[in-house]
Write a protein that binds this ligand. Structure first.
Ligand SMILES: Nc1ncnc2c1ncn2[C@@H]1O[C@H](COP(=O)(O)OP(=O)(O)OP(=O)(O)O)[C@@H](O)[C@H]1O
Ligand SMILES: [Mg+2]
Length: 491
């Protein structure tokens, strides 16, 4: 007797319906945040599984894979016959299966010998070297079943995902289709939420994240610089105003710059720039500035001077906090400063060196999509950095964090995920070693003893080989949403 099973999936919204109607074999969906890309991906991947065929889901990072793993288990719950938590694989009634892969390592060996009817690459613009992953690993897995592929993402600059999008627009590439849709086409997201996000973001970030435009991040970073150069140099503090100092210490060829910001007036009031590298002299200048402005905080870039000197300044009674420059932390404070210029919420001194450095300051896109901010051609950016470091206090003060900051921290998170994955691999080959190679950031070890000898266990969690502690069990609780029925004719 034939028995039918129901899988409940959300009814596609109008934008999703358009995509489904126009789909070809290889599909590239460039959509705004929260458009419903993952919902559509789940819809597409469930179909072959219910038809008794194998399918695969690729996520750029392990963390994203875990989120999708939960969502797909929920979606397929009624038909799952067995699950392999170590390999992220679900076997389903009727013979279909779903396997999931994270693309922060090399998958070409892992997928060798596999064949899929459908693959979804979620957040494809975040995949490092998407084109090579597609050509060297994924494409061949679709040959047996003449399978289809779905690349779903919000754009991230002009990277391989943009090239894939362009294929979909090229009439000569008959197998490829692509779409570009803003977040506003998802009727389940309130328009006022989108407008609220716009206020907190630079125009370029909004265009990318919510309008799904391919924004070139290369080139000038600060706009409306001259319009904001209206502040006047002052001699000393105004009663009732709070001041902070941002300190960028020079190395051998650089300048040391201290920028003083009036937090109350959101205005730069003083700047001290010198190329005397002698630390004692610099310290004297900082002390003099402090005596004049009585700042509530001094934020000092700590990479060039080191933690011991920060501590020495603290012991001398200066209210110093360290700022550690990494690519991600620099991006975060530079983007916050760029937003302040765009919104006209900062006023700066019309100092010619500062204006020149601000106008020349540029962004360069790295192959993985991350941005590197710097003065072009090895020029100086010390005044920009000291201003951005000082402004970070005001940004941190804001109750509401903008998406720009969120994205920067997310980028840092992705980078950390990658390092964690590397550390995990190293730990499994070098049993019991308690640190990783110099130059790597510290990895997440065992929460009990800190050791890095972590391995996966069949229940899906992790186990520390040093102390035996087990942790990080994925949440398997199924829930049953929504309102569309796909019928699976299963015997
Ligand atoms: N067809 C639909 N019916 C009901 N709700 C939907 C539908 N499509 C999307 N949503 C809802 O919209 C929100 C965003 O969906 P989803 O997570 O799939 O978007 P996304 O584009 O993948 O977002 P992100 O950019 O954060 O990855 C979710 O709350 C989801 O439940
Ligand atoms: Mg998503």
């Amino acid at each position: 007797m034939s028995k039918q099973l129901k899988i409940e999936l959300p009814a596609p919204h109008a934008g999703q319906r358009q995509v489904l109607a126009e789909a070809k074999r290889f599909n590239v969906l460039a959509c705004g945040r929260r458009w419903g890309k993952t919902v559509l991906g789940i819809d597409r991947i469930v179909k072959p599984v219910l038809e008794g065929l194998p399918a695969a889901w690729f996520s750029p990072t392990y963390k994203m894979l875990l989120e999708a793993w939960r969502a797909l288990q929920e979606a397929l719950a009624p038909v799952i016959t067995s699950r392999n938590n170590a390999e992220y694989r679900l076997e389903c009634r009727g013979g279909g299966s779903l396997t999931m892969f994270s693309l922060d390592g090399d998958v070409s060996d892992t997928v060798r010998g596999r064949a899929f009817k459908s693959v979804v690459v979620d957040e494809a613009a975040l995949v490092k070297q998407l084109r090579s992953v597609w050509e060297n690993a994924i494409r061949a897995t679709l040959a047996d079943h003449r399978g289809d592929a779905w690349f779903l993402s919000t754009p991230r600059g002009m990277n391989d995902f943009k090239a894939f999008y362009d294929r979909g627009q090229d009439p000569e590439r008959e197998d490829w289709a692509s779409w570009q849709m803003p977040t506003s086409t998802n009727p389940h997201i309130a328009p006022e939420e989108i407008e609220a996000a716009r206020i907190d973001m630079t125009e370029a970030a909004f265009n990318q994240e919510f309008l799904a435009q391919f924004v070139s991040w290369e080139g000038a970073v600060f706009r409306r610089v001259m319009e904001c150069a209206t502040a006047e140099r002052k001699d000393g503090p105004e009663a009732g105003h709070e001041y902070v100092i941002g300190a960028d210490w020079g190395r051998s060829n650089d300048y040391t710059v201290f920028s003083v910001i009036d937090v109350t007036a959101r205005a730069m009031v003083d700047m001290d720039r010198s190329n005397r590298v002698d630390y004692v002299v610099q310290r004297g200048r900082l002390q003099a500035l402090c005596d004049r402005w009585r700042p509530s905080q001094i934020i000092a870039e700590s990479n060039s001077i080191g933690q011991p000197i920060i501590e020495e300044l603290q012991r001398a009674g200066l209210p110093v906090k360290a700022f550690t420059t990494t690519n991600a932390s620099k991006a975060e404070i530079i983007e916050a400063l760029a937003l302040a210029f765009e919104q006209g919420s900062i006023s700066i001194l019309p100092d010619p060196v500062l204006l020149g450095e601000l106008q020349a300051f540029a962004a360069e896109q790295l192959p993985g999509g991350m941005l590197r901010y710097a003065a072009p051609g090895g020029g100086h950016d010390d005044t920009v950095m000291s201003l951005a470091i000082a402004w970070s206090v005001i940004r941190a003060d804001k109750r509401r964090y903008g998406l720009t900051e969120y994205l920067a921290s997310e980028t840092a998170e992705i980078e950390k995920e990658r390092l964690d994955a590397t550390a995990e691999r190293l730990a499994s080959c070098r049993f019991g070693v308690n640190r990783i190679d110099a130059g790597q950031a510290p990895a997440a070890g065992c929460p009990e003893c800190g050791a890095l000898c972590i391995s996966r266990v069949s229940s899906g969690g992790k186990r520390c080989a040093n102390c035996g502690h087990q942790f990080d069990e994925p949440d398997m609780t199924p829930t049953h949403p929504q309102n569309r029925t796909t019928l699976a004719g299963l015997r």
